[in-house]
Design a protein around this ligand. Structure first.
Ligand code: COA
Length: 255
């Protein structure tokens, strides 16, 4: 059987750049991007063609306590051995899960800097990569000592394309600011000074429950620019605006 031609729009670096400009992205912007390559159409050059100065989530949730695994759960008698043999987080080699090929491409690009959290890291390329990724505390996955706070202070914007507000990691920063935020234990393997360590820390319990509805309400407030990138629906907004709105929204809806 002959292969069918690729479907959808033909996207090139030039058409993508022009659409980003139309949406309001400017050279020098700091952008946190949540993406789906396949939503664009057919991109000449694939993921390599759509990277610039940007930050992407590079989460690795499988470096965690198997006691909490659901998809699939593992047999009770395996759990101790899994904890003992879990590979330690390594900013260079730990793979990301569910973040997409664009994020994986940014992470592995020469000069990319990845933050230190074993489960909720970000990776950045561009002028401010080092300073934005620095100091990601092990007991602060997505809060005040994570890159999200620095992105807020740096007036970063969030770009979603081909994905909805359910993937908007920035909303989690507001969860840290909720009065009475619930704290839970999380565990992971890291490389300590004397070798691999299985570490348990206390951190705020986060959940993306309601994020689509939260995003829809945020969009109605008028701070979100909408457009197209390739054939994908794109949304661009200020990270600080999103965090400020979501704190108000979560205080009403979750308490
Ligand atoms: C999960 C998710 C990544 C899936 O999107 P996707 O478009 O299916 O997957 P990717 O972005 O990895 O792109 C790979 C797909 O692009 C397509 N593709 C391959 N080459 C391509 C090209 N040149 N041009 C366009 N599409 C191409 C293929 O369908 C490929 O899928 P395959 O590897 O199964 O064949 C996306 O829905 C998502 O959630 N992204 C955001 C993740 C995030 O930021 N999470 C953080 C908070 S939870």
């Amino acid at each position: 059987m002959p292969e069918p031609f690729p479907a959808g729009l033909l996207c090139t670096r030039k058409t993508l750049t022009s659409q980003l400009h139309s949406l309001g992205v400017k050279p020098g912007d700091i952008l946190l991007v949540h993406s789906s390559l396949s939503s664009l159409g057919w991109v000449n050059g694939g993921a390599e063609a759509v990277t610039g100065t940007l930050i992407v989530p590079t989460q690795s949730p499988d470096n965690s306590d198997p006691a909490h695994w659901q998809h699939p759960p593992v047999p009770e008698e395996w759990k101790a051995a899994i904890r003992e043999t879990m590979l330690p987080y390594n900013t260079r080699t730990t793979r990301t899960i569910g973040m997409g090929v664009i994020a994986a491409t940014v992470r592995t690009r020469p000069g990319a800097v990845r933050s230190m959290h074993p489960q909720t890291s970000f990776a950045a390329v561009g002028l401010k990569a080092e300073e934005l990724m620095d100091g990601h505390a092990l007991d602060c996955a997505l809060g005040e000592r994570s890159p999200l706070k620095k992105l807020q202070e740096a007036n970063a914007r969030v770009l979603l394309f081909g994905v909805g507000f359910g993937k908007c990691t920035a909303f989690h920063l507001a969860e840290y600011r909720l009065p009475g935020a619930v704290v839970k234990e999380i565990s992971f393997a890291i490389m300590g000074e004397e070798g691999r360590v299985w570490m348990t820390v206390n951190d705020v319990a986060v959940s993306d429950e309601g994020f689509e509805e939260l995003g829809a309400d945020f969009e109605r407030e008028g701070s979100v620019k909408r457009g197209k990138i390739g054939g994908a629906d794109a949304k661009l907004f200020g990270l600080a605006d999103a965090v400020e709105f979501s704190l108000r929204w979560l205080m009403l809806k979750r308490t």
